[in-house]
Each structure stands twice: as structure tokens, then as C-alpha cells.
Ligand binder design. Structure first.
Ligand code: PHE
Length: 347
């Protein structure tokens, strides 16, 4: 009976040395040892014919051989199927990739680009200038009297004081209009987008940093009617073709006459709601005819040329367009807020 013992021993060592790299090879090994005509199955058949005292001797060994073979085959099957899976994913170039979380443009950038695109269509160029400016370009050249309250420390962040022309953070981008007029003669048609700074307490309606787009148009015979038409066309492109505008008299040192412009409320269409506070109108910008003193200060002949200027806050336009009721959302960069603008596209 040593042959049974030897067979079990040699099958045990064969089984533990088994190797298979594909699922097909694993199945072949299973059939070879555990199939109907497999070698281990054959030993069991032989075992059945043994007298009971021999059964005692080999029963346990045979069972553990079978267990060993089954667990080895299972182990080989698992590693072969894992291998097939990685090979398949390596080879299958049509499989969808892992999606990368994409950012979206900031609503202030989207609104700025929309404003720029509208004025580009009207023939305006884009001009930029420094954020740290001097008193001359922010105030003096724009006809601010020397003791005008806007120069006060309340509104302006001064970088250097005590100098006749102190450095400061620009409070509006009208300074870029001055720099443009210094560099070129009419016809001038520019818009000046950029960041501006005012020493204000941060609230839902005010921030110490915000963005503006200001515009300037100078040529012969430019009239208030041209200004009104330019603003109307802009408002309709920005807020929809049914938008109406109204102008209210106002005051700026650098324009005369000056006006503030309201658009008809795009939520209630003029009926009155809580966004327009029941008036049906929303203020969007300040504007006016460039004061001759401003033209002359930058070397432009005010007898030959006239022009208009306007300025708007980008955050305000974006708030009205997308009904955002708190300015602080634009600066906190909460991704839940920013994601809402992922599908907004530029015009
Ligand atoms: N510069 C003004 C402001 O910042 C806006 C403005 C620009 C008004 C041009 C009139 C003309 O408030």
C-alpha cells in the first residue's frame, strides 16, 4: 500500500508547485487533478475499494490532499482573473477615463468679459493701467478740487502721504482714461476694466476691493444723445432686448452734465419687486459729458472735441444679472457658490 502513500505525497508536492497565468490554464489544472477523471478523483475511487483498516490510514491524508488542491486552484484562479482585468483595462483605449473635477470661471470674470465683448462690438479698445496710482491721475487731472471729500482718508488708501503727488490705490479706473488721453489724440474709444480700492466697511452692499469697467469716447461733435444711445445698446445686450433705461441728474467732478443710469428691473419687468425695492428700476452706472477742464488737462482741444464717459461696478452688474444679494459671496470663493456659474458662457 506504499504506492497509495507515495502517490498522495507526490501529488501534494505537484499541487503546491502548480503555476498558471491564465484562467484557461487554471481550468486545465482543475480538470487534471479534480475533474471526473482527475488524478485525485481516481485515488478516491481506488480508496473506496480498500478494507476499513486501510481507509482509516489514508482517509485523512486523501481529504487534506483534496482540500489543498482546491484551495490552490482557487488561489490561482483569483490571481489569473485579476491579471486579466488589469490587462484588459490597459489595452482597452475606449474605456472612459476618470473624470477630473474641472473649475469654472469666477462670476466677476464672466461678467467682465461679457461687458468687454459688448463694447468691443461697438468698436472700443481695452486699456489698462496701474493699480497703485498717483493723486494726479486719480483726482487732479479729473478736475477734483484740492479739498474734495473723495480725496479724504475715509475713501482712499494712501500708499505715501506728505508728498505733493502722493501714491495711492486707485479708487476708480478713470485714471486709465487720463493716461489714455495723455498718450493719444481723438478719436478715442476705450474701456478700462480693472480692480479698484476704497476704504469702506465690508457689508452686503460694499467692499474695500471691487472691479469697474469705465468707458471714454472722444471725437468731434459727440453729444449727450450719443451717450444715451451707447448706454441703451449696452443695457439691452447685457440684460435683454426689452430693457429700458432712465437717466437721473447727478454730479461728478469730471463730467458736466452728469447722470446716473437705471435699467428697468429684469426680475419684475418694471412692476416692482424686492430686488428693485418696489421701484421697477435698478441703478447700474454713472456717466456724463467729459468736462472741458479734463480734456484740456490731458492736452486735448476742448473747442474741437467733446466726449462722454461712463463707469460701472462689475460686481453690481453681476449681482443684478444673476440676482446675488450679498457682495461678499464674490470674495469668499465658496465653491458651492462658484459652481453655480459653471454653465454661464460669455456672449
Ligand atoms: N468714476 C466714477 C466712479 O468711480 C464713475 C464715472 C465714470 C462716472 C465716468 C461718470 C463718468 O464712481
Amino acid at each position: 500500500m506504499s504506492s497509495m502513500k507515495e502517490q498522495i505525497e507526490s501529488l501534494l508536492s505537484e499541487v503546491s508547485a502548480l503555476k498558471a497565468s491564465t484562467e484557461k490554464e487554471v481550468e486545465e489544472a482543475r480538470v487534471k487533478y479534480l475533474g471526473k477523471k482527475g488524478e485525485i478523483t481516481k485515488l478516491f475511487e481506488e480508496f473506496r475499494t480498500y478494507p476499513s483498516e486501510l481507509k482509516k490510514e489514508f482517509g485523512q491524508r486523501l481529504n487534506s490532499l483534496k482540500k489543498e488542491a482546491m484551495s490552490k486552484i482557487e488561489e490561482l484562479r483569483e490571481s489569473a482573473s485579476a491579471l486579466t482585468a488589469t490587462q484588459q483595462s490597459k489595452d482597452d483605449v475606449s474605456m472612459p477615463g476618470d473624470p477630473l473635477p474641472l473649475g469654472s470661471r469666477h462670476p466677476v470674470s464672466i461678467a467682465r468679459q461679457q461687458i468687454i465683448n459688448i463694447f468691443r462690438k461697438f468698436g472700443y479698445d481695452v486699456a489698462e493701467g496701474p493699480e497703485v496710482e498717483d493723486d494726479y491721475h486719480v483726482f487732479e487731472a479729473l478736475n477734483f478740487p484740492p479739498n474734495h471729500p473723495a480725496r479724504d482718508m475715509q475713501d482712499t488708501f494712501f500708499v505715501s502721504v506728505g508728498h505733493p503727488n502722493p501714491l495711492l490705490l486707485r479708487t476708480h479706473t478713470s485714471s486709465v482714461q487720463v493716461r489714455t488721453m495723455e498718450k493719444m489724440q481723438p478719436p478715442i474709444r476705450v474701456i478700462c476694466p480693472g480692480r479698484v480700492f476704497r476704504n469702506e466697511a465690508i457689508s452686503a452692499r460694499a467692499h474695500c476691493i471691487f472691479h469697474q469697467v469705465e468707458g471714454l469716447y472722444i471725437d468731434e461733435n459727440v453729444s449727450f444723445a450719443d451717450l444715451k444711445q451707447a448706454i441703451l445698446l449696452f443695457a439691452r445686450e447685457m440684460f435683454g432686448p426689452d430693457t429700458q433705461i432712465r437717466m437721473r441728474p447727478s454730479y461728478f467732478p469730471f463730467t458736466e452734465p452728469s447722470a446716473e443710469v437705471d435699467v428697468s428691473c429684469n426680475i419684475c419687468h418694471g412692476k416692482g419687486c424686492n430686488i428693485c425695492k418696489g421701484t421697477g428700476w435698478l441703478e447700474i452706472l454713472g456717466c456724463g459729458m467729459v468736462d472741458p477742464n479734463v480734456l484740456e488737462a490731458s492736452g486735448i482741444d476742448s473747442k474741437k472735441y467733446s466726449g462722454f464717459a461712463f463707469g460701472m461696478g462689475i460686481e453690481r452688474i453681476a449681482m443684478l444679472k444673476w440676482q446675488v444679494n450679498d457682495l461678499r459671496h464674490y470674495f469668499e470663493n465658496d465653491v458651492r457658490f462658484l459652481r453655480e456659474f459653471g454653465t454661464c458662457v460669455e456672449v
